[in-house]
Structure formats: C-alpha cells, structure tokens
Design a protein around this ligand. Structure first.
Ligand code: NAD
Ligand code: IPM
Ligand code: MN
Length: 364
C-alpha cells in the first residue's frame, strides 16, 4: 500500500528523532511491500527563519492532503522572545485546530526492562504501568479568548479563558469510553470541578455519556489529587480522560514515571482516524545536535500511525517489539540510562531498532 506521511522535523532534537524514525519506517516499508513518501515540511522556528511565519500555508495544505502527519518538535530559546501568532508553538496549535485533531492519545507504558529508570518505588515499578491518557486537544485554555491589557494606571494585566462546549466534552468522552472497552474497562475523568465551572460541565457531561457504557466503570478525580496518585499508585489508572491543559501536564508526569519523557508517544486524531503523530516531549534545546536524544518516543509514535491511520497492526506490533528488544539488549540513551546498561546515541539507537525489526521479522 502507498501512504503519504507529511513530515515536519521542526526544531532542536526534532530533526534528529525524525531521521531515525524514517529509517525504521523504511525498514517496515521494505518488509511489508509498502511505499511511504515523506514530503518534508517546515513548521515552528525552522519555518519562522525560512519564511517569517511558524506555520506556512504550504505546510498546512500538504498536511491536510496527506494520509498522516509525523512531527518531531517545535520551539526553542532562539524564538522565545516572540509573541502571539509568531511563537513557534503556535504552529502546533494551528495544525491541531485546522486538522480537527481533538483527541490526543498518550499511552504511558513502563517497559519492563526500564524498571530501573522508573523514579518510583521499586515495588510500585514492579507492578507495571499501562495508562492511556486521553487529552482533549482543541479546546480549553489553549484556544479560549486571551488578552494582555493595561489598566488606567498603566499596569498590565492579562487573562486566558477556559471554555468548553458540551459537544466538545461528549466527543472526547466517547473516545475514552470506547478505548476503555478494549482495555481493563476503567475511565478516570480528571477535572477541577470543586473550583471551575467548565469542570462542573465536564463532569456532568462525561457522566451522561458514560450512561451508554454500562460495562465501563467511571470515576472522577481532581487534577491535584490525580497528579499525586500517579506517583503514589499508577496501577489504579487505566484510561485517564481530561481537558487540554490538565492533560498536557499529567502526560509529562505519566511519561516520567515510565522512565523518561523520551519514551512517550502520542496520536492526535479526528473522528475518521486521520491524524498527527508526535512524541510528547519538546525540542530539548539542552541536548540538541549532540546525538543524545532518545528517538524511541517518535519511533513509537510512528508505530501508532501504522496501527491507527494505516490499519497496519502487524507492522505496528513488530515496531513495538523491536523497541522492547533493544531495551532488553541493555541499550540506553542518557535519559533512560541505569547502571549496567550500555549508553548509546540517537543514531545508534535508531540503527539498533532497524536491526531488531529485521531480526524479529526473520524469526517470524
Ligand atoms: P522538553 O520536553 O523539550 O525537555 C524537557 C527535558 O526533557 C529536557 O531536559 C530534555 O533534555 C529532556 N528530553 C526531552 N525529550 C527528550 C528525548 N527525546 N531524549 C532525551 N531527553 C529528552 O521540554 P521544555 O524544555 O520545556 O521545552 C523546550 C522547547 O520545546 C520549548 O520551546 C517548548 O515550547 C517546546 N515544546 C515543544 C513540544 C512539541 O513540539 N510537541 C512539546 C513540548 C515542548
Ligand atoms: C505538548 C506541548 C504543546 C502543548 C506545546 C508545545 C504547545 O507541550 O504537545 O505537550 O502544550 O500541547
Ligand atoms: Mn506538553
């Protein structure tokens, strides 16, 4: 089969992790007899430097026409002084909104060979972690009215608005409830309903949607407690359903308890399963250009792309098994390193996944 993957390397470590991911995808294409094409597109700081805008029209259009979008990361200190629509991160928001990607799936899985990289108590790590964070991605604070103004004394003030329509809550709740059917059947909806009106509407609406899913157990948790419970006993969570900003914060935390944010993939989807795939981490300016970045989050995001947007389940599983295989071999980038393992670089990690794919494929 033929697929067009609109590819946005972006900034910082983005191009480094994308390069390794394309190598793995090319190996998958050769094995499965598929043809993947990777039109390279500019977004973020790279696009600002080249075109003066973080999200050029050509990028948006090619992304809209492609079968899926694969993105590295955008942003960095070079562009931090910019404001409003010229911030590199706005490219990401523009892509999410214009592609209608309201459902962000962030699976946080502790691979058993990474138990020692998990910062939690060893007994907690031993129990395993397998959480699906379902983050609403096109509403809330990120897209509400915001403004910076001056009062009559010349003092500055600013506001951001968290707003949700019940239809936005219903559709993301259904995504979480459907996903829970294929997992252990539990959804924890995370909100701040003791304070926020938007959260009270969120909770009420999620309960209404859940009524159509009698086999799913639904509970509710305040976001402050949820962030504590994730560290205390992550095993209690299966699917976490939450709004945009809470999901952003909780997914970094969920990433770290699985060893590193460098391991956490994501899929951003619309109703028809078309989507954008990207690691949860950012452009990591502190390690950019040093062959130190962990490419596994991006490789695992590409596996999600094969599964969800292309329907290539066997290929997706092969990629995931290859990642587990290199971890079992003891290969580690710095972020997941622990004593007794072999410290390796971005390119070497990518090459090891390619080799593992070939080896596992031969074994059948
Ligand atoms: P970050 O995720 O880039 O980095 C946080 C820490 O995690 C750093 O110490 C970094 O070295 C480490 N890290 C991240 N990814 C790693 C990987 N693959 N391998 C090894 N270590 C890794 O977050 P930040 O420092 O808050 O943000 C840096 C820039 O990235 C900012 O401009 C921010 O806006 C942007 N950002 C972009 C995205 C995105 O494009 N999706 C996501 C988050 C942040
Ligand atoms: C993420 C990032 C983005 C977000 C930023 C860069 C806009 O942190 O994808 O988690 O907050 O959604
Ligand atoms: Mn984030």
């Amino acid at each position: 089969m033929k697929f067009t993957i609109a590819t946005i390397p972006g900034d910082g470590i983005g191009p480094e992790v994308i390069q390794e991911t394309i190598k793995v995808l090319e190996t998958m294409a050769a094995i499965g007899g598929h043809t993947f094409s990777y039109p390279l597109l500019l977004a973020g700081g790279a696009a600002l430097d080249a075109t003066g805008h973080p999200l050029p029209e050509e990028t948006l259009q090619t992304a809209q026409e492609a079968d899926a979008v694969l993105l590295g990361a955008v942003g960095g200190p070079k562009w931090d002084h910019l404001e409003g629509e010229y911030r590199p991160e706005r490219a990401l928001l523009g892509l999410r909104k214009s592609l209608g990607l309201f459902a962000n799936l962030r699976p946080a899985v502790l691979f058993q060979p990474l138990k020692d990289a998990c910062p939690l108590h060893p007994a907690t790590a031993a129990k395993g972690i397998d959480i699906m964070v379902v983050r609403e991605l096109t509403g809330g604070l990120y897209f509400g009215k915001q403004e910076r103004l001056q009062d009559e004394t010349g003092g500055w003030y600013a506001y951001d608005t968290m707003q949700y329509h019940e239809s936005e809550i219903r559709r993301i709740a259904r995504v979480a409830l459907e996903l829970a059917k294929g997992r252990s059947g539990k959804v924890t909806s995370v909100d701040k309903a003791n304070i926020l009106e938007s959260s009270r509407l969120w909770r009420k609406t999620v309960m209404e949607e859940a009524a159509a899913y009698p086999t799913i157990s639904l509970d509710h948790m305040y976001v402050d407690n949820a962030s504590m419970q994730l560290v205390k006993s992550p095993g209690q969570f299966d699917v976490i359903l939450t709004e945009n900003m809470f999901g952003d914060i909780l997914s970094d935390e969920a990433g770290m308890i699985t060893g590193s944010i460098g391991m956490l993939p994501s899929a951003s989807l619309r109703e028809d399963q078309g989507g954008m795939y990207e690691p949860v981490h950012g452009s990591a300016p502190d390690i950019a250009g040093q062959n130190k970045a962990n490419p596994l989050a991006t490789i695992l995001s590409a596996a999600m792309m094969l599964r969800i947007s292309f329907g290539l389940e066997a290929e997706a599983m092969l990629m995931e098994s290859a990642v587990e295989h290199v971890l079992n071999q003891g290969l580690r980038t710095g972020d997941i390193y622990s004593d007794g393992c072999q410290l390796t670089g971005t390119r070497e990690m990518g090459a090891a996944v390619v080799a593992a794919v070939k080896q596992l494929e031969k074994k059948g």
